[in-house]
Write a protein that binds this ligand. Structure first.
Ligand SMILES: Nc1ncnc2c1ncn2[C@@H]1O[C@H](COP(=O)(O)OP(=O)(O)OP(=O)(O)O)[C@@H](O)[C@H]1O
Length: 719
């Protein structure tokens, strides 16, 4: 993570580097969207030496290795710069071969005009790294101080020309550890503080007629990109000439900035992986739900038309039973529940079948329409109702939203846990084990629930019930087998079924019936809360009622007791809105918990957004790299623009340490992919596998290659 941050900061400081300043024509001096093929005979690839001893040491060693491999002798960078044309002659052939590889690239510049380039724009700092056992060079950002002060730079270079220790095994670094914060304003840069926000402007003689500034809150970044840059609402003046894109500026938009301070305390112990991925428990929960949602029956018997795995029910297929067939006491017919997939959209739904059931009257379809329109986070939405003969009878099918991994309130709180075999754990609950209080707090279904849990359920149930009643409907089946729990969410499920099975078209006053049902809902809610508080369904029976209320008085607050008593008082007319004041300030606690959860999930989403974006780039690279042939061209993925991508892929994934061990650094991969995606003007040095050539390319050029090559594939792909 610290590496990640270091790199990130250094990317910002690089923004002050004159290497990125435009030349007078508005194009970065070393880019002009050209690809520089630099062979050992064209020594322009030699970068300005870094001033960091740690940084320099391996670089120098590595540079020497590269040059000596080719020329058979050790040549200092200066010597290499002075190489004459005569030394280039014998190697022309090699160069031509390489040129064939690069066939199709936009420009290959050998013997580039480079003395001046070197002065104006010292190549990006380079640390050595090997690719596939061969040496390669990694580009990095120089510290601004180094590059902006030539004198200082020269002085600091002196010690670097000391001979390299032969056994120096300094591990390769992605970036030099320079100070991440620029300590001096570069010459030619004007600084202005407006209301606490610092703006940097290029003065006339440095901008060559261009002005550009950007401000990234407290982090100030000189930015010379023409079209983007609004960070945190900061004022940005863009200039019209495209110059360079800086990682700190443009690329910075793409980088997950780390967790927000308000969510750090909510996250589990921070691990390195948490910088890139969601917490384990969250991932496992999502994966478990996905796994459940993807469950399929094996279609052993394809010929059996009633085999749910192969049958089609209306527009739904791949039925998967969610429970064994049951006969619900309140329903006049057996019913079964399946997960089913919509044939048109592929979306999964919960399919409820009422066996051999005929609609009493088509008038009840008005109620169905009302239910279909009811949308609430504590209600499982009804989507569709139809009849079918697919099961060999006249079944009524109700299609609801599917919430994978749900269980009913009944199975969660009112059944002995499977492993307990009826034995109640004396250590369960809040009281001291085996104490008198503990005995009182235990039930056959587990320990009594904490009061906060009961209120959390109450708030969700009352929220759903309020929506139902306000829609002019009544729940009519407020029992724990018809309420589902998904994670912490409570939802009313299978709504509307009672309306259909007990619909009486001849009833004169439907409104009075509705009011009666709504009152009944409130009584049922009281019973459910009492049962939850006692963790026992029998507690609501008339004979047990008094004992149950006493238990509630002993174990819970008077608020909860009064809430239950209010709902049981059927003598008075009650309304669901009366319940809100009884919940009181607990509502705020619940709201706070929910909002905190949202904050955390949003932060995880921010991470995953970046992962998704990087994944898409990897897909593009993967489709291009090593492609056996394209348009009958077997060398397609090895030539032209694609050759650069191949070398970039090596640089990205196959780097090795000096002693040949794989160098695996997640931050390196993420950072490089981000730069590629942003198309920054930072340079990267790629080495051919035969170590004979080095390409200096900008990420912008690589991005261009990637887009072009991928577009070629897309153009030829069947639509
Ligand atoms: N919308 C839904 N999405 C996902 N699962 C659901 C949904 N509705 C119900 N379930 C699950 O389906 C299973 C079966 O529900 P169902 O109500 O049929 O069970 P039941 O207790 O056997 O009731 P009944 O006696 O009425 O059949 C339960 O585990 C429940 O959690």
């Amino acid at each position: 993570m610290s590496m990640f941050l270091n790199n990130f900061f250094q990317a910002d400081t690089a923004a002050l580097d004159p290497i990125y300043f435009s030349s007078s024509n508005g194009i970065p001096s070393e880019s002009k969207l050209a690809t520089y093929m630099v062979t050992p005979q064209s020594p322009e690839f030699i970068p300005q030496l870094s001033t960091s001893p740690n940084f320099y040491a391996p670089y120098h060693q590595q540079t020497t290795t590269v040059t000596s491999t080719v020329n058979g002798k050790t040549i200092s960078p200066n010597t290499l710069l002075k190489q004459t044309a005569s030394t280039q002659q014998p190697q022309q052939q090699q160069q031509q071969q390489q040129q064939q590889h690069l066939n199709g690239m936009k420009t290959s510049v050998n013997g580039l005009t480079s003395t001046s380039n070197m002065n104006i724009a010292p190549a990006a700092p380079i640390t050595p790294l090997k690719t596939n056992g061969r040496s390669s060079l990694l580009s990095n950002e120089n510290s601004p101080t180094n590059q902006l002060d030539p004198q200082q730079s020269q002085q600091q270079q002196q010690p670097q020309q000391q001979p390299q220790q032969p056994h120096d095994k300094t591990p390769p670094r992605m970036t030099p550890h320079n100070s991440p914060i620029p300590t001096a304003i570069p010459p030619g840069v004007h600084q202005e503080n407006v209301g606490g926000t610092i703006y940097f402007y290029m003065t006339a003689n440095h901008t060559s007629g261009q002005t550009s500034c950007s401000v990234v809150n407290s982090e100030t970044v000189l930015n010379h990109h023409s079209s983007v840059n609004v960070v945190s609402g900061a004022v940005v003046t863009n200039n019209s000439t495209p110059t360079s894109m800086l990682y700190g500026g443009v690329g910075g938009h793409h980088v997950y900035p780390g967790p927000a301070s308000n969510v750090i305390s909510m996250q589990p112990k921070s691990q390195l992986s948490s910088a890139f991925f969601m917490p384990d428990d969250m991932r496992m929960e999502i994966q478990a739900r996905n796994e459940i949602a993807n469950l399929m029956l094996e279609a052993h018997d394809n010929t059996n038309p009633t085999n749910p795995a192969v049958m089609e029910v209306g527009n739904y297929h791949s039925l998967y039973p969610l429970e064994p067939q049951t006969i619900h006491p309140k329903l006049p017919c057996p019913s079964s529940t399946y997960k089913a997939t919509n044939s048109t959209t592929g979306i999964k739904y919960c399919l409820r079948r009422l066996h051999a059931f005929r609609l009493p009257s088509l008038k009840c379809m008005t109620l169905v329409d009302k239910w279909k329109q009811l949308q609430h986070s504590n209600v499982v939405q009804l989507r569709e109702v139809f009849t079918t003969k697919a099961f060999g009878d006249n079944s009524l099918i109700l299609i609801y939203d599917y919430h994978p991994g749900s269980q009913t309130l009944f199975s969660k709180y009112f059944t002995p846990s499977q492993d307990s075999n009826g034995y109640t754990d004396p250590f369960g609950g809040e009281a001291r084990p085996f104490s008198h209080k503990s005995n009182l707090q235990r039930t056959v279904n587990g320990p009594l629930l904490p009061e906060s849990t009961i209120w959390a359920i109450i708030m969700q149930l009352t929220a759903g019930l309020r929506a139902i009643h306000q829609a002019g409907l009544a729940c009519r089946q407020l029992d724990p087998t018809k309420i589902i729990v998904t994670g912490k969410r409570i939802r009313f499920s299978f709504l509307g079924i009672s309306d259909l099975v007990s619909f009486d078209p001849n009833h004169a006053n439907q409104l009075a019936v509705l009011h009666m049902h709504q009152q009944e809902d409130l009584t049922q809610l009281g019973k459910l809360v009492l049962a939850l508080a006692c963790r026992c369904l029998q507690s609501v029976q008339r004979d047990n009622f008094q004992t149950s209320i006493e238990l509630v008085s002993r174990q819970y607050s008077s608020d909860l007791r009064n809430f239950i008593l209010f709902l049981f008082n059927s003598a008075q007319r009650r309304s669901v809105t009366d319940l809100m004041p009884m919940i009181g300030a607990r509502f705020y606690t619940q709201l706070d918990a929910l909002q905190s959860q949202c904050d955390m999930q949003e932060d995880e989403l921010a991470k995953e957004t970046e992962n998704g974006r990087l994944y898409r780039i990897l897909i593009k690279l993967g489709c291009i790299n090593e492609r056996p042939d394209f348009n009958l061209d077997v060398t397609w993925s090895e030539t032209g623009d694609r050759y650069m991508l191949k070398l970039f892929r090596d640089y990205l994934f196959h780097s090795v340490t000096e002693d040949g061990r794989p160098w695996l650094d997640h931050a390196h991969i993420v950072q490089c992919l981000n730069k590629l995606d942003a198309g920054t003007m930072e340079k990267v040095q790629l080495m051919s596998r035969d170590e004979q050539s080095i390409l200096i390319v900008t990420y912008a050029e690589l991005k261009n290659c990637l887009e072009n090559a991928f577009s070629e594939l897309v153009a030829q792909a069947p639509s």
